[in-house]
Design a protein around this ligand. Structure first.
Ligand code: DGL
Length: 272
């Protein structure tokens, strides 16, 4: 048993989407979340910048005595998962890409055409393709980056024709040209526009890595006998810029009224 909190982080509010499935699966776990809303988006930044920002946030979570770090961000997971694991020996650090790749390998076969959407950094890294090919060499995988989507989501522009047009700008040709039937939401912001994607392309099967994370966290904690046993009362959500959108999104995603929101700014010099 271990009642310490689990630390989650993302470039902004996208990683919040990993938390509701976890709250449903493991309601006793306490959560500390950090969204780097002052420096979002990460997805078009240099890997050296992403590495520097991520270590800074992970250090902040470690100082708060977390029992595990969950990188609730595909961009960070594809850039520096291994580095963060080396930085904190003995502390479990989980990324978001492997659980989704395992789901593709489990559910898809040679007859499926899988598409991955994500940020420029995630897509350039080919982290999904490499892992899926390793686990399931039969399934063809294609990918496309959709860099305009995260800024719109961070602005709360979701149920709006600008969002639908942006999705169609990236996906109309991609889906039809490669005959994609299964789409992996390779950015934790995208579950927030899942309803738009489903409405625009109703026959598409969607894989949401944030839903796969809960199972992976549960397995890891159970194997190490680290599941919490006392009911959780206080989740804390930190942001580097406490925007109205961040608070609204917490309300919208969790429909909970009791949580603490706190602010932490960083003043970082990035060494390239
Ligand atoms: N939510 C993030 C991801 O999963 C990052 C998006 C961004 O900051 O560009 O990749």
């Amino acid at each position: 048993m271990d009642n310490r909190p689990i630390g989650f982080f993302d470039s902004g509010l996208g990683g919040l989407t990993c938390i509701s499935p976890l709250m449903r699966a493991l309601p006793k776990e306490r959560i500390i979340y950090f969204g780097d809303t002052a420096r979002t988006p990460y997805g078009s930044k240099a890997p050296s910048t992403i590495r520097a920002f991520s270590s800074e946030i992970a250090d902040f979570l470690v100082e708060r005595n977390v029992k595990m770090i969950v990188i609730a961000c595909n961009t960070v997971s594809s850039t520096c998962l291994e580095e963060l694991r080396l930085r904190y020996p003995g502390l479990p650090v989980l990324g978001v890409i492997r659980p989704a790749a395992e789901r593709v390998a489990r559910d898809c076969g040679g007859g499926n055409h899988v598409g991955i959407i994500g940020t420029k950094v995630t897509i350039r890294s080919q982290a999904y393709e490499t892992l899926i090919r390793e686990l399931d060499p039969q399934t063809p995988v294609r990918s496309i980056s959709c860099p305009a989507l995260v800024p719109l989501i961070e602005e709360g522009i979701i149920e709006h024709e600008i969002m639908d047009l942006s999705i169609r700008y990236y996906l109309d040709h991609f889906l039809s040209y490669y005959k994609i039937d299964t789409l992996v939401l390779g950015c934790t912001h995208y579950p927030l526009i899942r309803a738009n994607i489903e409405r625009l392309y109703p026959s598409l099967s969607i894989i949401d890595p944030s839903e796969e994370m809960a199972g992976s966290i549960r397995r890891e904690l159970a194997a190490a006998d680290m599941l919490a046993e006392e009911p959780c009362t206080d989740n804390t959500f930190y942001a580097s810029d406490l925007s109205e959108n961040f608070v609204n999104m917490i309300n919208r995603i969790f429909e909970i009224s009791e949580f603490k929101v706190a602010f932490k700014s960083f003043d970082l010099e990035v060494k390239r």
